[in-house]
Design a protein around this ligand. Structure first.
Ligand code: NDP
Ligand code: PYC
Length: 338
């Protein structure tokens, strides 16, 4: 028997929506959560694909997340939209606020969206990619839980704090990157733990502050930032911009809020959308060509662009109308259906 199970794309969607609704999310939340996992699975981004259904179900079972929360969207200034997720998952709030963010960025050149009071589990690239599909450059940031030690430190203070960026390209998929500011995303460490695989050196320390390659010990100790003090500084910036700046929790505060319950982190998110035409004084077309020359110079050297792997995976998975997930995960997911 194969170690993997193959699912048709529609089957994957149905499995995810059924599990979410069986466990207390309403249809709107189940759809918006599934959209993002579907996108991740389709692009072979496994750490934030169907695997994350486990975290969503654990979160709602802990009894504090509202699976029926209706987000409140506020026009908070010429260039500011605020979305209160009202203790629901972030994704429905994002979906509801996105049209206003796009409109404000196109009108004023730049606009920001603050999402507050949300549980958050997802990859950020689908969010910035959507803004670039609307012709905007975009940045998104979130804290998580205090699993990551600052450079030179010995215990978790920072989150895995992803940073996502996207740039619109005419007639092409956007240029996008999205990565944790820790060496590994927590989801990736979890996949190593589940597979019983050793982590590479330099990813984590154990609870006594000693280097470890044991994924379980890493989860009980602390993860390390990428690029030493540089990743650490970026991570602190994300704590500030997606925390105090928008009146929401830092990763440490989010972890305290969880009181040890196995929930998705609870905090805020910031998205910044920029209109290339207004910012360049109406010269977006000429400047697009310059951006394309930059990409071409990178590709000419045999290097690849971030997001290139994803777009190839997307095309392949869409063509064969199927994705694969580990059999162990599939069997675990089936137990979540009621
Ligand atoms: P990776 O280390 O896998 O890096 C991802 C980014 O780097 C992608 O844009 C990827 O492009 C690009 N990339 C990878 N290899 C290369 C290469 N050789 N050349 C050029 N570009 C490359 O990501 P992480 O494991 O750090 O993060 C995974 C996901 O976890 C992210 O989507 C992030 O949002 C999510 N996350 C979410 C958190 C949350 O709190 N919600 C917390 C932390 C992480 P490509 O995709 O094409 O390979
Ligand atoms: O992979 O670090 C992570 C993560 C945290 C919250 C959601 N994903």
């Amino acid at each position: 028997m194969s170690d993997n199970v193959t699912l048709r794309l529609a089957e994957m969607r149905e499995l995810s929506e059924t599990i979410l609704m069986d466990n207390g999310f309403n249809k709107d939340h189940a759809r918006s959560i599934t959209d993002i996992m579907y996108a991740c699975q389709q692009d072979d981004c496994h750490s934030h694909g169907l695997h994350r259904l486990l975290m969503c179900v654990e979160s709602i079972q802990s009894g504090r997340i509202d699976g029926t929360a209706v987000p409140t969207i506020t026009d908070a200034g010429p260039s500011v939209v605020r979305a209160n997720a009202n203790k629901g998952m972030s994704l429905l709030a994002l979906q509801a606020a996105l049209p206003q963010l796009i409109e404000k960025a196109k009108k004023n050149g730049i606009a920001a969206l603050a999402i507050n009071n949300c549980y958050h589990f997802s990859a950020l690239w689908p969010e910035v990619e959507k803004l670039s599909e609307a012709g905007l450059a975009a940045i998104a940031m979130v804290p998580s839980h205090a699993w990551v030690a600052p450079a030179g430190g010995t215990r978790g203070t920072l989150g895995t704090n992803p940073l996502a960026f996207s740039w619109p390209r005419r007639g092409k998929h956007p240029f996008t990157f999205d990565f944790a500011t820790s060496q590994f995303a927590r989801g990736e460490v979890e996949l190593y733990r589940r597979a019983g695989k050793a982590l590479p050196e330099g990813v984590a320390i154990d609870k006594d502050g000693k280097p470890t390659t044991d994924a379980e010990a890493a989860m009980n100790g602390a993860m390390l930032t990428f690029g030493g003090y540089k990743g650490s500084a970026l991570s602190i910036m994300i704590e500030l911009l997606a925390g105090p700046l928008i009146d929401d929790l830092t990763s440490k505060e989010s972890m305290e809020f969880a009181e040890g319950k196995p929930e998705a982190p609870y905090h805020g998110e910031i998205l910044i959308a920029i209109d290339p035409n207004l910012l360049s004084g109406g010269k977006a077309v000429a400047n697009d060509e310059r951006a394309e020359r930059l990409f071409a110079d990178i590709l000419d050297q045999g290097a690849r662009l971030p997001s290139q792997r994803r777009y190839v995976a997307r095309e392949n998975n869409m063509k064969r109308d199927a994705i694969e997930i580990p059999r162990t995960l599939y069997e675990e997911l089936l137990t979540l259906r009621k």
